[in-house]
Design a protein around this ligand. Structure first.
Ligand code: MN
Length: 279
């Protein structure tokens, strides 16, 4: 199949896919800028039908806007470009699924989504808490992205799942005793019930998966979830009012087998289909 049957025009599409090939603050191993095209290529090898959700991507209207054109070097300028493109893609009732790139891209995207949905909640699925105030002096970094997001939407509206790499002090940040689920997704149903019908943005950092099944990533962290556990979580999400999502931190060249890219493409399929029910 082509890239998720993303062959509808922008005007007609309900779902917009955009690649965000940015990895400027990757602190350990860069390379996630190559992810959007790796996922596009891997999508040719998978079916458009999901047996998990019993839905087919051919039945929904998707437009792939290709990659947001970014410059090199100037972080602030790139974040501005990402924010303004994202805002354009959210026209009308369109839902945006962005493909990173590193996790910092979530910050300008959520800024644009928040302009539209003031009561926005965020579900952050990741091995890392990303809550550090600044990383080596950088306030805007992939390691501090959720701290910046929480400053926009409020800490009470940020729910985190699967976290297994954090600073001890993160636990004392507002609402982290309730809204941060360590190691697994055991609090997912509880969180989704509290969120209810409010607009939900889903940020999926693929390094939440165990590196033994997903080694193509910049900051691998042992002890992660299985693909089936991730799919079970995405199944739960189909009842939520998802208004936007991103899938970040695939770094395809660290996995010579190509399996990580296929895994990412499959996760994107499930996420797109989970976003569909309420549109
Ligand atoms: Mn991470």
């Amino acid at each position: 199949m082509n890239f998720y049957c993303a062959n509808h025009s922008f005007e007609k599409a309900n779902f917009i896919i955009a690649g965000v090939p940015y990895d400027g603050t990757s602190s350990f191993r860069p390379g996630s800028r190559f992810a959007p095209n790796a996922i596009r290529e891997a999508s040719y090898g998978i079916e458009s039908y999901s047996p998990y959700l019993n839905k087919d991507l051919r039945d929904i209207k998707i437009c792939d806007m290709q990659d947001i054109p970014l410059s090199f070097g100037d972080k602030e300028f790139n974040l501005h470009i990402i924010e303004s493109f994202s805002y354009k893609f959210l026209k009308g009732r369109k839902k945006l699924l962005s493909i990173g790139g590193e996790h910092l891209i979530t910050y300008p995207i959520i800024k644009s989504v928040y302009k539209k949905y003031k009561d926005l909640t965020v579900l952050h699925i990741d091995a890392h808490s990303d809550l550090i105030d600044s990383y080596r002096g950088e306030k805007l970094s992939h390691a501090s992205v959720m701290r910046r997001v929480a400053e926009i939407i409020g800490f009470e509206n940020l729910y985190q799942l699967g976290i297994r790499s954090l600073n001890k002090s993160d636990k004392f940040l507002p609402f982290r005793d309730k809204n941060m689920c360590l190691f697994d997704f055991s609090k997912a149903e509880e969180y989704l019930e509290i969120i209810g019908d409010r607009p939900l943005y889903v940020s999926l950092d693929l390094d939440v998966l165990d590196p033994s099944i997903f080694c193509g990533t910049g900051t691998p962290e042992p002890g992660g979830v299985t693909y089936k556990e991730l799919v079970n979580l995405l199944q739960l999400l189909q009842h939520s009012n998802i208004v936007g999502a991103d899938v970040v931190e695939l770094s395809p060249h660290y996995d010579n087998s190509g399996v990580s890219s296929v895994t990412a493409a499959s996760a994107v399929r499930e996420l797109l289909l989970a976003m569909d029910l309420r549109s």
